[in-house]
Design a protein around this ligand. Structure first.
Ligand SMILES: Cc1ncc(COP(=O)(O)OP(=O)(O)O)c(N)n1
Ligand SMILES: Cc1ncsc1CCOP(=O)(O)O
Ligand SMILES: [Mg+2]
Length: 208
């Protein structure tokens, strides 16, 4: 299993956003610490997901960064991504592991200790835990769990915990202190005036 980067950049494909420009800015700064999760809107076609993922894989390779694909594991396999991420509406973790194979990176979403342990037992190699804080990027989420919720999960499992939801550089120290191995962000990089600088700031908070 490849070692996991600490900064997970989730592609922002909302109108007016520029996921590949953000990625091009982040890659030289973060290199192998960057995990790029290709996430497209639910109504995007598989072809659109494939074309974006194919480009992300090619951009990541020279920097040693990792590409994962959210939800659509057939796209992950088709583009040669390192793995995928699944949540409650996606393939169950055990089925996802069967699809991706034993050596792939497989992330699973969880927000409490019991389901976290079950996801790891089923084959998850890391956990996406949140929402930690309020976010405007995804609707319909339960209340934020905060650093205390992250701690409860991190204490229950031995795999890396990636905190997600409203994460900024300012919130990273408390999440790290709670046991998060890394963070996943959309807005903190996609909405930054200077994504390269924002990447450096987030990385600095993650690795100090
Ligand atoms: C790192 C990480 N954590 C959580 C999620 C959320 O996954 P999911 O609950 O399946 O929701 P969607 O992202 O599919 O809308 C994630 N993508 N990444
Ligand atoms: C996909 C997802 N799942 C939980 S929060 C979230 C979005 C996180 O986006 P942001 O970093 O902009 O809050
Ligand atoms: Mg999902």
């Amino acid at each position: 299993m490849p070692s996991l980067g600490r900064l997970h950049l989730i592609t922002d494909t909302r109108p007016g956003r520029h996921p590949l420009a953000v990625l091009r800015a982040a890659l030289p700064v973060a290199g192998p610490e960057l995990v790029v999760q290709v996430r497209v809107a639910d109504d995007a076609t598989d072809r659109e997901a494939y074309e974006l993922a194919r480009r992300v894989v090619a951009l990541c390779a020279p920097y040693g960064a990792t590409c994962l694909v959210n939800d659509r594991l057939h796209v992950a396999l088709a583009v040669g991504a390192a793995g995928g991420h699944v949540g409650a509406d996606d393939l169950p973790v055990r089925a996802a592991r069967r699809v991706l194979g034993s050596t792939a990176v497989l992330g699973a979403t969880t927000r409490e200790a019991e389901s976290a342990a079950a996801a790891v037992a089923a084959g998850a190699s890391y956990l996406g835990v949140g929402p930690c804080h309020a976010t405007s990027t995804k609707t319909g989420l339960p209340a934020p769990i905060g650093p205390a919720g992250v701690r409860a999960v991190a204490e229950a499992v031995a795999v890396p915990v990636i905190a997600i939801g409203g994460v900024t550089a300012a919130s990273v120290p408390a999440l790290r202190a709670a046991g998060a191995y890394g963070v996943a962000v959309v807005g903190a990089l996609s909405g930054a005036a200077d994504p390269a600088r924002a990447t450096a700031t987030l990385l600095g908070a993650l690795t100090c």
